[in-house]
Structures are given as C-alpha cells and as structure tokens.
Design a protein around this ligand. Structure first.
Ligand code: SAM
Length: 239
C-alpha cells in the first residue's frame, strides 16, 4: 500500500446520506454525502472559529453550541478554554457521534463527558428550540454559505435562519460562522438584522500544496434589544 492510498476507518449511511472517515498517511479525511467536507492537513481555521468567538465573550461559566462535529477540532478548542463550563455539539450524522465515542476523531480523541454533550441533531432544530441559551454559537456545517454540504442547510444562512441563531444567544453572546471563501454577503445579511451588533468578517489565509486559500469567519454579537424569545414569527425555515 502506498502512503497516498486511503485506509477507511468508518463508513455509514443514514437519513442524511453517507459519511466516510478515512486516513491517508498522517491525514484524516471526512467525506459527507459524497462531498469532501474536510481533512486535518491544516486545522488552524477550524480552531480559530472557537478562539475568535471566545475571545469576544465576556465572563466565565460559558455555554457554547458547536454545529457540526466534523473531526472534532472546533469542539476540542472550545473545551480547551477554561472559562467554558458546557459545550453542546449538534451533529447530523449519527455515525460521527459514534466514532467520537470510539476515539476515532483526531481532534477529539477523548470525550470529557462532564462538560461535553453530543447531540445527534440538526443544529437548526437546536437553535430554534433554545432561545437565549448560549454565550457562543459556532457554525461549521458546510464549506460555507455558497458551498453547501447539504442543500437543506441553505436556510441557516438566510435572514430567518440567522435571526434564529442570534436569538439562541444570550444578550451579548457571539455567533461565528466558518466559510471556505470570503463571505461579505453573509456579513451584510447579518449586519442588516435587527439585534445584530459588532459584525466582523475575518479573512484567514491558509497555504496548502503551495497554493493560498482565503478562508473566512463571520462574527456577530447579539445586541441588547433582541427579545429573549427571538424574532417573532421567525423560524429556522428548515423542514
Ligand atoms: C466541515 S465539518 C465540521 C468541522 C469541525 N469544525 C472540525 O473542527 O472538525 C461539517 C460537519 O457538520 C455536519 N453537519 C452538516 N449539516 C449539519 C446540520 N444541519 N446540523 C448538524 N451538523 C451538520 C457534517 O455532518 C459534518 O460533520
């Protein structure tokens, strides 16, 4: 076997398509529903999603929602911050949650069960069910708003879905969204939402195989004026 030949660690099919976890030499790869979701050649931006959001959160005993689990790097970075008391992770693929339990995810080889709750769930459902609950909501469920892994995630990046995500925050809480490309339109949509404050668009250059990629993180704070129940009449728009 050559070092470039992938070794399959797990493969499972479920209601949201197939998920494959494989190792190619030292690199672990995740393919979701036939779409390359990620590998761990450079996880700096998955970790930056957590670092940048937590840096903007005041206080301690923080409660954080991460959607989705992937290879576990964002969740592990949140857990490494000692101001964080509780981390909930929403992951659509039951197999990934199982592989996390079996220690197969390189980012999260051990699960600190006292601070971590793994939900096999659509993050949009959790967001809609839990208004006013989180100090930070971190979304990395696609390759970005313009390159979806699941078409059903599209409403997350629209006005209603963003409003629901903001409403899941406590006043002053921080929403952060990862994207494989700069996403100025997403930042503009967030900036236009009543109750959103301090919108930022960070471009994070990463070099891979001699090529430069500009990944991005879009951040917004829930301002004080949004009611704890969220925007009336809005839903996540997801079935
Ligand atoms: C790119 S990976 C996340 C990578 C992660 N940030 C890390 O550090 O490893 C995207 C994950 O989101 C999951 N996902 C996609 N849509 C979702 C949804 N609506 N709710 C919850 N998880 C979802 C996928 O199954 C996949 O595990």
């Amino acid at each position: 076997m050559t070092p470039d030949e992938p070794v399959e660690l797990g493969r499972a099919s479920g209601p949201h398509g197939e998920v494959v976890l494989r190792r190619r030499g030292p690199v672990t790869e995740l393919v979701v529903d036939g779409v390359f979701a990620m590998d761990d050649v450079d996880t700096s931006t998955e970790r930056a999603l957590a670092v940048e959001a937590l840096r903007r959160c005041a206080g301690d005993r923080l409660r954080v929602l991460v959607g989705g689990l992937g290879l576990g790097w964002t969740a592990a970075t949140v857990l490494a911050e000692n101001r964080v008391a509780a981390v909930e992770v929403a992951e659509l693929q039951p197999a990934l949650v199982g592989w996390a339990g079996a220690g197969l995810l390189p980012g999260l080889p051990e699960l600190p069960r006292d601070r971590l709750e793994l939900h096999t769930a659509d993050v949009a459902v959790l967001l809609a069910e839990r208004p006013g609950r989180y100090d930070a909501v971190l979304l990395d469920v696609d390759n970005g708003p313009d390159f979806l892994v699941h078409q059903a995630n599209a409403p997350l990046y629209e006005e209603a879905g963003l409003g629901t995500a903001l409403a899941a925050l406590r006043p002053g809480g921080v929403l952060a969204i990862w994207s494989a490309d700069p996403a100025p339109a997403l930042a503009d949509r967030l900036g236009a939402l009543p109750g959103a404050a301090d919108v930022e668009h960070l471009v994070l250059p990463v070099e891979r195989d001699g090529r430069r990629f500009d990944y991005a993180i879009v951040l917004a704070r829930r301002g004080a004026q949004r009611s704890a129940g969220g925007p009336s009449g809005r839903s996540s728009g997801r079935e």
